[in-house]
Design a protein around this ligand. Structure first.
Ligand SMILES: NC(=O)c1ccc[n+]([C@@H]2O[C@H](COP(=O)([O-])OP(=O)(O)OC[C@H]3O[C@@H](n4cnc5c(N)ncnc54)[C@H](O)[C@@H]3O)[C@@H](O)[C@H]2O)c1
Length: 287
């Protein structure tokens, strides 16, 4: 055990699976006491038990954190059991459907609004009084999709765009209370979502996901958790309102997505102006 989060108490939402499990376990290894929070059917008991079995401190919390009541109960669990709350990791989220908007279901859209947007709102609102007392911080799960948008799941990117702007607004408000607020923007990460066997992706989407970033692969959950750790720790004392992309360079990568374009898009436009110098640009060093 190391001690980058010694004496800190953290809530990790969506802590039972994927990136959230890695954040919970890494934070506990760094000395934090962790509330591993998730939906009633999530394996949050397992994750908390694993942490305790290796000498860490953790307790599960089960509830739908998109409701303010469950969010308040979750915060109460932290303060009743551990006496304080220093860190809120708003990691809970869902990615349930990949469809063009024409076919995107209203149910899928509402479900993502509930689990990606409402959880962020409810948990932040419930936690702020304690975070203000502790001069703590919040780290949100954004996504490269919240910056770039994502085809075949435009609503998902939209929910993450909300999260990013919401977190930045909150950072502005909470500076007056000594609370830092930041965002991690993962690229494709090695969780159930990005595998065709376990997530709503077909073979081609899975391949494109890996090709579209400069590393040519998914990121691991540990690679994401490391950045959450930095932002949540005192090492990031001068960092607030920031979006840290952890995306293998996807935001500057130019993947082969043009292969998918319609033939009509790929046709060169026919010039209508009388252009004689369009290729006479200043492209070499002149004496
Ligand atoms: N995996 C990726 O490639 C990727 C990329 C970019 C961003 N992210 C973001 O990272 C976060 C974690 O992603 P993941 O791949 O680990 O997902 P995951 O499905 O493995 O874990 C998310 C957890 O959040 C829980 N959750 C959802 N709604 C909840 C609610 N209302 N109340 C309580 N718990 C709830 C889920 O049940 C699940 O256990 C998400 O916010 C996601 O948008 C993931």
């Amino acid at each position: 055990m190391s001690n980058r989060l010694e004496n800190k108490v953290a809530i990790v939402t969506g802590g039972g699976a994927g990136i959230g499990e890695a954040i919970s376990k890494l934070f506990a290894r760094e000395g934090a006491r962790v509330i591993v929070a998730g939906l009633p059917e999530d394996p949050v008991d397992d994750v908390a038990a694993d942490i305790r079995a290796t000498g860490g401190a953790a307790l599960p919390f089960k509830g739908d954190l998109s409701t303010l009541q469950a969010a308040k109960d979750c915060v109460k669990t932290a303060t009743n059991e551990y006496g304080r709350l220093d860190i809120l990791i708003n990691n809970a989220g869902t990615f349930v459907e990949t469809n063009m908007l024409e076919d995107f279901t209203e149910e899928g859209f509402d479900y993502m609004v509930k689990n990606n947007i409402r959880t962020s709102f409810a948990m932040s609102k419930a936690a702020l009084p304690e975070l203000q007392k502790a001069k703590g911080n919040i780290v949100f799960a954004g996504s490269e999709a919240g910056v770039l948008g994502v085809p075949q799941n435009a609503p998902y990117g939209g929910t993450k765009g909300f999260v990013i702007a919401f977190a930045k607004g909150l950072a502005g408000e909470q500076a007056a209370h000594g609370v830092r607020v930041n965002i991690v923007g993962p690229g494709p990460i090695d969780t159930a979502w990005t595998h065709k066997e376990t997530g709503p992706m077909d073979k081609q989407m899975e391949k494109m996901n890996n090709q579209a970033n400069l590393m040519g692969r998914r990121g691991s959950v540990e690679e994401i958790a490391n950045v959450y750790l930095f932002l949540a720790s005192e090492e990031a004392s001068y960092v607030t309102g920031a979006l840290y992309m952890v995306d293998g360079g996807i935001t500057i990568g130019k993947g082969p997505i043009g292969d998918q374009a319609a033939k009509s898009f790929k046709q060169e436009p026919q010039p209508s102006l009388d252009l004689d110098h369009s290729m006479d640009g200043h492209t070499t060093i002149r004496e």
